[in-house]
Design a protein around this ligand. Structure first.
Ligand code: FES
Length: 160
């Protein structure tokens, strides 16, 4: 019989560029935090025990994602942009859309991915503190365009 090993999880290491954004207890009530990391607007969600950090401005037209609702779509937690209801996967930043596969004889609607549209960032939890490390911005994503713009959250442009 083999020896039983005890698995001890290593404490999370902090990146050099990790920025402190808050304490775990800050998420107990509202489950989300709007902040700025190195001049970039970021929203951090705490959903089903996991933290997710994304650019705060929606890749479509700059909508305020911190004001959106979270929905489960095909088993993936998505933030629904409050301006035009685009769906963004919290884990990956993929944009989702609903369509019909022309090869499906039943013509049932199904969800498809547009690929990664919204920049996501790394979240590290250490000793009850939350840190965000911005992702590599050398690879351009759609949400970069709105990341440093100034917006009025109440002013939703016409549906596009
Ligand atoms: S700005 Fe987010 S869906 Fe249009």
């Amino acid at each position: 019989m083999g020896q039983r090993q005890t698995v001890v999880s290593e404490p999370e290491e902090l990146d050099e560029s990790a920025v402190f954004v808050g304490k775990e207890e800050d998420f107990k009530v509202c489950k989300r935090l709007r902040t700025t990391v190195n001049d970039r607007e970021v929203v951090i969600f705490h959903h089903l025990g996991k933290y997710h950090a994304l650019d705060l401005r929606c890749y479509h037209a700059g909508g305020p994602l911190h004001l959106g609702e979270i929905e489960d779509i095909n088993g993936q937690a998505c933030i629904i942009c409050p301006w035009h209801k685009y769906k963004i996967v919290l884990e990956t930043g993929e944009g989702l859309y609903q369509g019909v596969n022309p090869q499906d004889p039943r013509r049932t609607k199904t969800w498809f991915s547009k690929g990664k549209k919204q920049r996501t960032h790394k979240v590290t939890v250490k000793d009850g503190s939350i840190y965000v490390t911005l992702s590599d911005v050398n690879v351009e994503l759609d949400s970069d365009f709105f990341a440093k713009e100034k917006f009025n959250d109440e002013a939703c442009p016409d549906p596009v």
